[in-house]
Ligand binder design. Structure first.
Ligand code: PLP
Length: 428
């Protein structure tokens, strides 16, 4: 086979910051049935969610996060990087999603609800047309307590799955990688989840979860690397974003391009959201993934075309990052396949810069985010300042439309970080 020349690969392996435009990017029609099915299921569950998680009452049990202007942060970025960010800059605050305070409150909670629904329907205790608030009754709780859920996680997925599983009374085991934060493990244990720790990285934790589940027919394994349910649960974010943009009078079309910058770990969260956005906005939306320079598994998989058949360790990268939600050495196969021609591109960011941006976001906008959640904040800079970013804009005839552009930084976690931990982040 002819060897592909990939200019950014050397820099990527040297853990330098890179910006990569996806040469396979092309406009595709995206089937929407599964996204619409997921949204309908979340609506059925809304009365249950509203009744057991009071913080969702105001939104009638829909788990959603604000979309806000961040003009002070925009000025900070422009001054710091000596550039102008044309168009509007917005922050999507999944960091403040109800229930578990991260992007995982979308996919993770969705998959557990879907599992619960299937068990209840199978036992002829529930119909789709009924009020799901009854799922909090003793009959259902004792039924669910005979089933268990297993998941491997770097932290936030385990937290989301643990919280919703315990609320329904499922038994739940969370297999945690070594980089998972102690406060997340403590929180899970306090809820009655079983936490198992692994000295190795996240892929090993996932493997352990998979094996445990295989030995038990009443155990559902939530597979962060391959789950379609997670993926389509995440994708529903796009339907809500469309609504929020409308409410704010923000138009997205070919003359008003939308740029979205999404922190990427194994890929399910940002991949699902990209899929949903492509379904809604088609060619008008341009999605970019952001990964730490020491854990760039998705961009490595996509740029080499090897998808999940290559890990960052294979090319000598250590997968050590303070951005624990992104500390993944091997990307999801499912997501690589789906993103191969939907994703506009990717870039990497140094940990040091994540901490600068974290502090700036706190000081300028009063949003306290975890390090992973800041990876998106560098996107507008890289798009306008790197030669590859400029070429992307030129190739897609976007240069003269940037004054009407909308940039969304997807903030993926942070509101549940304990204060002492956050204080530590702020001084790094
Ligand atoms: C999990 C996570 C991500 C990325 O989601 P993946 O599905 O792993 O790609 C980003 N930010 C935070 C805070 C996360 O917990």
């Amino acid at each position: 086979m002819e060897k592909k020349i990939i200019p950014q690969l050397t820099d990527l392996i040297a853990t330098k910051e890179v910006f990569w435009a996806n040469p396979n990017y092309a406009q595709q029609t995206v089937p929407g049935e599964k996204v619409i099915d997921a949204e309908a299921r979340l609506k059925r569950f809304a009365p249950y969610i509203a009744s057991v998680f009071p913080e969702t009452k105001e939104a009638n049990g829909i788990i959603e996060s604000p979309l806000v202007k961040i003009n002070h942060m925009k000025r900070y970025l422009e001054n710091t990087y000596n550039t102008v960010i044309e168009g509007r800059l917005l922050l999507k605050c999944d960091s403040h999603l109800p229930i578990s305070g991260s992007i995982k409150a979308r996919g993770g909670i969705y998959e557990v609800l879907k599992y619960a629904e299937s068990i209840a329907i199978e036992h002829k205790l529930l119909k789709e047309t009924e009020d799901y608030a009854k799922l909090n009754d003793g009959t259902f709780r004792s039924l669910f307590s005979q089933y268990s859920i297993a998941v491997g996680s770097t932290g936030n997925l385990g937290l989301s799955i643990g919280i919703i599983s315990r609320m329904l009374d499922f038994q739940v085991t969370v297999h945690m990688s070594q980089d998972a934060k102690q406060w997340k493990k403590d929180k899970l244990t306090s809820l009655g989840a079983i936490v198992k720790e692994y000295a190795d990285d996240y892929s090993k934790a996932v493997e352990a979860g998979r094996q445990e589940a295989e030995q038990n027919a009443n155990c559902h394994f939530i597979d962060d690397e391959n789950s379609e349910d997670l993926f389509y649960g995440y994708a529903t974010a796009a339907l809500r974003l469309e609504q929020q943009l409308k409410e704010q009078g923000i138009v997205v079309d070919s003359d008003h391009p939308l740029f979205v910058y999404l922190p990427c770990g194994v890929g399910g969260g940002p991949g699902g959201i990209t899929y949903g956005l492509k379904l809604i906005f088609g060619e008008a939306v341009h999605c970019f993934f952001a990964e730490p320079t020491h854990s760039p598994c998705m961009v490595l998989g996509l740029m080499t075309g090897k998808f999940d058949q290559i890990s960052v360790q294979d090319v000598g990268i250590d997968n050590r990052t303070e951005a624990d939600g992104l500390a993944v050495g091997r990307a999801s196969k499912l997501v690589c396949e789906k993103m191969n021609d939907l994703l506009s591109g990717s870039y990497t960011i140094e940990d040091k810069r994540l901490f600068h941006l974290l502090k700036a976001m706190a000081e300028t906008e009063n949003y306290y985010l975890e390090p992973s959640a800041l990876a998106g904040a560098y996107g507008p800079i890289q798009l306008s300042q790197t030669p590859e970013g400029q070429e992307y804009l030129k190739n897609h005839h976007l240069e003269d439309k940037m004054a009407q552009a909308i940039h969304i930084i997807w903030a993926t976690g942070g509101s549940m970080v304990p204060k002492d931990m956050m204080d530590e982040y702020l001084t790094k």
